[in-house]
Design a protein around this ligand. Structure first.
Ligand code: HGY
Ligand code: MN
Ligand code: MN
Length: 412
């Protein structure tokens, strides 16, 4: 039986959600537990209630919206993604998976068929690292990849903790967020590709087989500072210049890697005291480094570490290397992918198997249950920018395939 998501409603809701932002359109900014994030959560729960769906929140704010199945004893099928957004992001990263998932649940309910298993839509807390520096906070805690204790140690840029920031709606202690394996029978996430492959190939759907292994680390450089006029060049220990050399070493290590998929980004840099006539005494870098090939990634990271130490020794700079996270890649479930492939073919959607260079909550859900991702194309592959865009046709195909795949899995 065909399942037809209401694309007009879905596009309208994507627009409504995009308007809940700390920055004016077309930018979208929704940082964990900011006013905009809390407003977006409230807005989503109101849409779920309107659709007659039960919802609940866990202790870290993961939201669960349930379409009941015939047998509530069976592990449900789950879908979902995130609504938080890094500063000056776009309107589609994460939200297509949350609102496309809601629309898929509505389409299944409207079909009149009650699935054997319940289907749960999950809005994960903090897929983005903006607030606490680590991504996938909600799904890491669910999968046990981050302990409640480790989560309680996290601090934001104003030195606030998760305990201080999480709203009263996040009831219970953080230990209760962890789910046992088998809680779900399957998890499927719909997401924009955040890369150019599908659009370049003119394809409708990406069936993701592997999700990149993200690593992130913070480097602190301590030099001696001093007067910009009085300290001659041979006597300087300039923290910023050491950091600058290391940032270039990160780029070179990615370029020299044996794998074409190794990527390195120095996305955050701070320099103190930050005065034009004072030699930087301190510098901070935050670096994101990934590949789907773990060995290639870790070989490049080892070379960066050696080079960073050599640069700092030569320059007389103290180096403090702090890991934020270093995760293995995830392999998606071939069974789920063939179910999705069968439906994509039946629906006449062109498709291909591919990898995800972005990380997602699926990276951690894969530690809890069989997991797969469905990609739709986005314009020029742009993402994490205000001009991020997915067409109505692409969104409709993604939500339609998601609905058919979820119903199939929920009747298994
Ligand atoms: O950075 C990522 O890969 C994801 O978009 N947070
Ligand atoms: Mn993102
Ligand atoms: Mn995302």
């Amino acid at each position: 039986m065909p399942l037809t998501p209401d694309i007009a409603r879905l596009l309208d809701e994507l627009k409504q959600l995009a308007a809940i932002s700390a920055h004016p359109a077309p930018a979208v900014t929704r940082v964990l537990f900011s006013g905009e994030d809390l407003a977006a959560r409230k807005w989503l729960l109101a849409r779920a209630a309107e659709a007659g769906l039960e919802s609940r929140a866990d202790a870290v704010g993961n939201l669960f919206i349930t379409l009941p199945g015939l047998d509530p004893e069976l592990p449900p099928v789950a879908t979902g993604s995130h609504t938080d957004a890094i500063p000056n992001a776009g309107a589609y990263d994460g939200t297509v998976g949350v609102l496309g998932g809601l629309e898929a649940l509505r389409a299944i309910a409207a079909s009149g068929e009650t699935p054997r298993r319940s289907i749960e839509l999950i809005m994960f807390t903090a897929e983005e690292p903006t607030r606490f520096g680590i991504g996938c906070l909600g799904s890491r805690l669910m999968a046990g990849s981050l302990t409640a204790d480790e989560a309680c140690q996290l601090r934001d840029s104003d030195d606030r903790s998760l305990e201080q920031l999480r709203p009263e709606t996040c009831e219970g202690d953080l230990e209760s967020v962890q789910l046992r394996e088998g809680t779900y029978s399957a998890f499927v996430e719909l997401h924009i590709e955040q890369g150019p492959e599908l659009e370049k190939a003119g394809l409708d759907i990406g069936l993701v087989e592997k999700i990149a292994a993200p690593a992130a680390f913070r480097l602190r450089f301590t030099g001696s500072g001093g007067h910009a006029g009085a300290v001659l060049m041979p006597h300087r220990r300039d923290a910023f210049l050491a950091a600058a050399e290391v940032a270039l070493a990160v780029e070179q290590a990615a370029l020299d890697s044996s794998s074409p998929d190794t990527v390195g980004t120095t996305g955050v840099i701070e320099v103190k005291p930050g005065a034009i006539n004072s030699i930087p005494c301190d510098a901070l870098l935050e670096i994101d480094f990934r590949d789907t090939d773990l060995d290639a990634r870790d070989a490049a990271l080892a070379s960066i570490r050696d080079q960073a130490e050599a640069i700092c020794t030569r320059r007389g700079i103290e180096l403090d290397w702090q890991w934020i996270n270093s995760d293995p890649p995830a392999t998606c479930d071939s069974g789920i992918l063939s179910v999705a492939e069968t439906h994509a073919t039946a629906l006449g959607f062109s498709h291909t198997r591919m990898i995800s260079r972005a990380y997602h909550d699926s990276l951690f859900m894969a530690r809890l249950c069989p997991t797969a991702m469905l990609f739709i194309p986005c314009r020029e592959g742009w993402s994490h920018r205000p001009d991020e865009y997915a067409s109505p046709e692409a969104i409709e195909k993604g939500a339609t395939l998601l609905a058919h795949t979820l119903l199939d899995l929920a009747n298994a």
